[in-house]
Design a protein around this ligand. Structure first.
Ligand code: SF4
Length: 272
Protein backbone atom coordinates (compact mmCIF):
# COMPACT_ATOMS: atom_id res chain seq x y z
CA UNK A 1 0.00 0.00 0.00
CA UNK A 2 1.46 3.43 -0.92
CA UNK A 3 2.54 5.45 2.10
CA UNK A 4 0.08 8.29 1.35
CA UNK A 5 -2.86 5.88 1.17
CA UNK A 6 -1.86 4.36 4.49
CA UNK A 7 -1.40 7.82 6.02
CA UNK A 8 -4.82 8.98 4.76
CA UNK A 9 -6.59 5.91 6.12
CA UNK A 10 -4.92 6.34 9.48
CA UNK A 11 -5.57 10.08 9.83
CA UNK A 12 -9.07 10.25 8.35
CA UNK A 13 -10.51 13.43 6.83
CA UNK A 14 -8.00 16.31 7.00
CA UNK A 15 -10.19 19.04 5.49
CA UNK A 16 -11.69 21.59 7.87
CA UNK A 17 -15.48 21.98 7.82
CA UNK A 18 -14.95 25.76 8.06
CA UNK A 19 -16.36 28.05 6.66
CA UNK A 20 -19.53 26.06 5.90
CA UNK A 21 -19.74 24.72 9.45
CA UNK A 22 -17.88 25.54 12.67
CA UNK A 23 -14.34 24.22 12.64
CA UNK A 24 -10.70 25.32 12.70
CA UNK A 25 -9.88 28.16 10.30
CA UNK A 26 -6.12 28.00 10.78
CA UNK A 27 -6.04 31.40 12.47
CA UNK A 28 -4.98 30.37 15.99
CA UNK A 29 -2.14 32.64 17.12
CA UNK A 30 -2.09 34.66 13.89
CA UNK A 31 -1.27 38.34 14.32
CA UNK A 32 -3.61 40.67 12.43
CA UNK A 33 -3.45 44.30 11.30
CA UNK A 34 -3.27 46.88 14.12
CA UNK A 35 -6.24 48.54 15.80
CA UNK A 36 -6.38 52.31 16.22
CA UNK A 37 -7.95 54.31 19.00
CA UNK A 38 -7.34 57.92 17.92
CA UNK A 39 -9.10 59.28 21.03
CA UNK A 40 -5.97 58.39 23.04
CA UNK A 41 -4.04 61.02 21.07
CA UNK A 42 -6.27 63.94 22.14
CA UNK A 43 -4.09 66.87 23.18
CA UNK A 44 -0.87 64.98 22.49
CA UNK A 45 0.81 66.42 19.38
CA UNK A 46 2.93 63.58 18.04
CA UNK A 47 3.70 62.03 14.66
CA UNK A 48 5.81 59.06 15.78
CA UNK A 49 3.43 56.55 14.19
CA UNK A 50 3.46 58.21 10.77
CA UNK A 51 7.24 58.62 10.90
CA UNK A 52 7.73 54.94 11.74
CA UNK A 53 5.30 53.53 9.16
CA UNK A 54 7.34 52.16 6.21
CA UNK A 55 4.28 52.01 3.96
CA UNK A 56 2.93 55.55 4.31
CA UNK A 57 -0.30 54.08 5.72
CA UNK A 58 -0.68 56.64 8.52
CA UNK A 59 -1.52 60.33 8.23
CA UNK A 60 -1.81 62.65 11.21
CA UNK A 61 -4.07 65.69 11.02
CA UNK A 62 -5.06 67.90 13.95
CA UNK A 63 -3.19 65.57 16.33
CA UNK A 64 -5.34 62.66 15.21
CA UNK A 65 -3.91 59.64 13.30
CA UNK A 66 -5.75 57.98 10.41
CA UNK A 67 -4.82 54.55 9.15
CA UNK A 68 -5.39 53.41 5.57
CA UNK A 69 -5.62 49.61 5.80
CA UNK A 70 -5.15 49.32 2.03
CA UNK A 71 -1.54 50.45 2.56
CA UNK A 72 -0.77 48.66 5.84
CA UNK A 73 1.77 45.81 5.65
CA UNK A 74 1.17 44.77 9.25
CA UNK A 75 4.75 45.34 10.40
CA UNK A 76 3.47 46.43 13.87
CA UNK A 77 6.02 49.27 14.15
CA UNK A 78 3.25 51.75 14.95
CA UNK A 79 2.21 49.63 17.94
CA UNK A 80 5.80 49.70 19.20
CA UNK A 81 6.51 53.43 18.87
CA UNK A 82 3.18 54.98 19.87
CA UNK A 83 3.63 56.57 23.32
CA UNK A 84 -0.14 56.93 23.82
CA UNK A 85 -1.05 53.32 23.10
CA UNK A 86 -3.33 54.48 20.27
CA UNK A 87 -2.12 51.61 18.06
CA UNK A 88 -2.46 48.11 19.45
CA UNK A 89 -1.79 44.61 18.15
CA UNK A 90 -4.84 42.58 17.23
CA UNK A 91 -6.03 39.28 15.80
CA UNK A 92 -8.10 41.08 13.12
CA UNK A 93 -7.45 39.25 9.86
CA UNK A 94 -10.62 39.21 7.72
CA UNK A 95 -10.17 42.43 5.75
CA UNK A 96 -11.91 41.50 2.49
CA UNK A 97 -14.25 44.33 1.43
CA UNK A 98 -16.15 45.27 -1.71
CA UNK A 99 -15.40 48.99 -1.41
CA UNK A 100 -12.08 50.81 -0.97
CA UNK A 101 -13.77 53.28 1.41
CA UNK A 102 -14.39 50.50 3.96
CA UNK A 103 -10.65 50.34 4.58
CA UNK A 104 -10.68 53.96 5.80
CA UNK A 105 -12.15 55.41 9.00
CA UNK A 106 -14.47 58.38 9.13
CA UNK A 107 -12.50 61.59 8.71
CA UNK A 108 -9.69 60.07 6.64
CA UNK A 109 -8.52 62.64 4.05
CA UNK A 110 -8.87 60.10 1.18
CA UNK A 111 -12.37 58.93 2.16
CA UNK A 112 -14.43 61.08 -0.23
CA UNK A 113 -12.34 60.09 -3.25
CA UNK A 114 -12.55 56.41 -2.29
CA UNK A 115 -16.35 56.60 -1.95
CA UNK A 116 -16.71 58.15 -5.40
CA UNK A 117 -14.75 55.29 -6.96
CA UNK A 118 -16.71 52.64 -5.03
CA UNK A 119 -20.13 53.95 -6.06
CA UNK A 120 -19.41 53.56 -9.76
CA UNK A 121 -18.05 50.04 -9.27
CA UNK A 122 -20.85 48.89 -6.93
CA UNK A 123 -23.58 49.79 -9.41
CA UNK A 124 -21.97 47.73 -12.15
CA UNK A 125 -21.33 44.81 -9.79
CA UNK A 126 -24.94 44.69 -8.57
CA UNK A 127 -26.32 44.55 -12.12
CA UNK A 128 -23.87 41.91 -13.27
CA UNK A 129 -23.96 39.73 -10.20
CA UNK A 130 -27.07 37.84 -11.25
CA UNK A 131 -25.12 36.45 -14.18
CA UNK A 132 -22.98 34.48 -11.73
CA UNK A 133 -23.66 30.79 -11.18
CA UNK A 134 -22.60 29.30 -7.89
CA UNK A 135 -19.05 28.58 -8.96
CA UNK A 136 -16.18 30.97 -9.52
CA UNK A 137 -13.20 30.60 -11.84
CA UNK A 138 -10.12 32.67 -11.07
CA UNK A 139 -7.24 33.79 -13.30
CA UNK A 140 -4.31 34.90 -11.16
CA UNK A 141 -1.77 37.46 -12.42
CA UNK A 142 1.38 38.29 -10.45
CA UNK A 143 2.35 41.88 -11.26
CA UNK A 144 5.61 41.99 -9.32
CA UNK A 145 4.84 40.30 -6.02
CA UNK A 146 7.51 39.03 -3.59
CA UNK A 147 5.62 35.69 -3.81
CA UNK A 148 4.38 35.88 -0.23
CA UNK A 149 0.83 36.14 -1.55
CA UNK A 150 1.45 33.29 -4.00
CA UNK A 151 2.56 31.10 -1.13
CA UNK A 152 -0.75 31.73 0.65
CA UNK A 153 -2.70 31.17 -2.57
CA UNK A 154 -1.04 27.79 -2.97
CA UNK A 155 -2.14 26.83 0.52
CA UNK A 156 -5.78 27.25 -0.56
CA UNK A 157 -5.44 24.04 -2.53
CA UNK A 158 -3.93 21.93 0.25
CA UNK A 159 -6.04 19.19 1.90
CA UNK A 160 -6.84 21.38 4.94
CA UNK A 161 -8.52 24.26 3.04
CA UNK A 162 -9.42 22.31 -0.14
CA UNK A 163 -10.82 25.36 -1.93
CA UNK A 164 -12.55 23.33 -4.65
CA UNK A 165 -15.19 22.07 -2.21
CA UNK A 166 -16.53 25.67 -2.18
CA UNK A 167 -16.97 25.71 -5.96
CA UNK A 168 -14.00 28.03 -6.45
CA UNK A 169 -11.34 27.07 -8.98
CA UNK A 170 -8.20 28.50 -10.61
CA UNK A 171 -7.97 28.49 -14.38
CA UNK A 172 -4.89 29.11 -16.56
CA UNK A 173 -6.97 30.78 -19.27
CA UNK A 174 -8.53 34.23 -19.01
CA UNK A 175 -11.19 33.02 -21.46
CA UNK A 176 -12.71 30.82 -18.75
CA UNK A 177 -12.25 33.23 -15.84
CA UNK A 178 -14.84 35.23 -13.90
CA UNK A 179 -12.38 36.88 -11.56
CA UNK A 180 -8.98 38.44 -12.26
CA UNK A 181 -6.99 38.03 -9.05
CA UNK A 182 -4.02 40.39 -8.94
CA UNK A 183 -1.02 40.28 -6.62
CA UNK A 184 1.92 42.68 -6.61
CA UNK A 185 2.15 46.47 -6.91
CA UNK A 186 1.81 46.46 -10.76
CA UNK A 187 5.25 47.08 -12.17
CA UNK A 188 5.32 49.06 -15.40
CA UNK A 189 6.52 45.93 -17.22
CA UNK A 190 3.48 43.95 -16.04
CA UNK A 191 0.86 46.64 -16.70
CA UNK A 192 0.40 45.71 -20.35
CA UNK A 193 0.17 41.91 -19.78
CA UNK A 194 -2.31 42.59 -16.98
CA UNK A 195 -4.54 44.73 -19.19
CA UNK A 196 -4.36 42.19 -22.01
CA UNK A 197 -5.46 39.45 -19.60
CA UNK A 198 -8.38 41.64 -18.48
CA UNK A 199 -9.40 42.33 -22.08
CA UNK A 200 -9.31 38.59 -22.88
CA UNK A 201 -11.82 37.77 -20.12
CA UNK A 202 -15.50 37.38 -21.04
CA UNK A 203 -18.03 39.71 -19.42
CA UNK A 204 -19.25 39.96 -16.76
CA UNK A 205 -15.83 39.93 -15.08
CA UNK A 206 -14.48 41.08 -11.75
CA UNK A 207 -11.15 42.14 -10.28
CA UNK A 208 -9.66 41.33 -6.90
CA UNK A 209 -6.68 43.20 -5.44
CA UNK A 210 -5.00 40.68 -3.14
CA UNK A 211 -2.32 41.76 -0.69
CA UNK A 212 -1.21 45.22 0.33
CA UNK A 213 0.99 45.65 -2.77
CA UNK A 214 -2.10 45.31 -4.99
CA UNK A 215 -4.45 47.31 -2.73
CA UNK A 216 -2.12 50.24 -2.06
CA UNK A 217 1.38 49.71 -3.45
CA UNK A 218 2.92 48.28 -0.27
CA UNK A 219 6.51 49.27 0.40
CA UNK A 220 7.67 49.00 -3.23
CA UNK A 221 4.87 50.82 -5.10
CA UNK A 222 5.43 54.21 -6.73
CA UNK A 223 8.42 55.57 -8.60
CA UNK A 224 9.07 55.48 -12.35
CA UNK A 225 8.88 51.70 -12.73
CA UNK A 226 5.94 50.77 -10.54
CA UNK A 227 2.31 51.75 -9.92
CA UNK A 228 0.74 51.91 -6.49
CA UNK A 229 -1.29 48.75 -6.89
CA UNK A 230 -4.46 48.51 -8.97
CA UNK A 231 -5.85 51.95 -8.21
CA UNK A 232 -6.02 53.86 -11.48
CA UNK A 233 -5.07 50.74 -13.48
CA UNK A 234 -8.22 48.59 -13.32
CA UNK A 235 -11.59 48.90 -11.55
CA UNK A 236 -11.45 46.80 -8.37
CA UNK A 237 -14.46 44.84 -7.06
CA UNK A 238 -12.82 43.12 -4.09
CA UNK A 239 -10.06 44.48 -1.86
CA UNK A 240 -8.01 42.35 0.52
CA UNK A 241 -4.99 43.98 2.19
CA UNK A 242 -2.45 42.02 4.22
CA UNK A 243 1.21 41.20 3.84
CA UNK A 244 0.36 38.56 2.90
CA UNK A 245 -3.29 37.82 3.66
CA UNK A 246 -3.53 34.22 4.85
CA UNK A 247 -5.69 31.49 3.29
CA UNK A 248 -8.64 31.98 5.65
CA UNK A 249 -8.69 35.71 4.84
CA UNK A 250 -8.63 34.92 1.10
CA UNK A 251 -11.50 32.43 1.44
CA UNK A 252 -13.57 34.91 3.46
CA UNK A 253 -12.95 37.64 0.88
CA UNK A 254 -13.99 35.40 -2.02
CA UNK A 255 -17.19 34.52 -0.15
CA UNK A 256 -17.82 38.23 0.39
CA UNK A 257 -17.62 38.74 -3.37
CA UNK A 258 -20.04 35.84 -3.91
CA UNK A 259 -22.45 37.29 -1.31
CA UNK A 260 -22.05 34.14 0.78
CA UNK A 261 -20.44 36.09 3.63
CA UNK A 262 -20.84 39.62 4.96
CA UNK A 263 -17.66 41.74 5.22
CA UNK A 264 -16.27 42.00 8.76
CA UNK A 265 -14.74 45.42 8.12
CA UNK A 266 -16.84 48.56 7.76
CA UNK A 267 -15.73 52.16 8.02
CA UNK A 268 -12.14 51.13 8.70
CA UNK A 269 -13.15 49.03 11.72
CA UNK A 270 -12.94 45.26 12.05
CA UNK A 271 -15.82 43.58 13.88
CA UNK A 272 -14.81 42.40 17.34
S1 SF4 B 1 1.48 48.03 11.06
FE1 SF4 B 1 0.67 49.08 9.23
S2 SF4 B 1 0.18 51.15 9.92
FE2 SF4 B 1 1.51 50.24 11.48
S3 SF4 B 1 3.60 50.93 10.91
FE3 SF4 B 1 3.29 48.90 9.97
S4 SF4 B 1 2.49 49.34 7.90
FE4 SF4 B 1 2.29 51.24 9.08
Amino acid sequence: MPLWTWFGLREGLGTTPWPQRPGPDGQDGVLGLPRVDASRCAGAPCTDCAAACPAGAITVEHDSPSLDYARCVGCQLCTEVCPQGAFSVSRDWAFGVRGRADLLRAGHPQLAAARDGDEAGAAALAVEFNAFGHSLHIRHVDTGSCNGCESELQALLNPFYNLHRLGIFFTPSPRFADLLLVTGPVTEAMREPLLRTWEAMPQPRWVMALGTCATGGGTSGGGYACHRGLEGVLPVDLWLPGCPPNPAAIIEALLVLLRRREPRVRGGEHAR
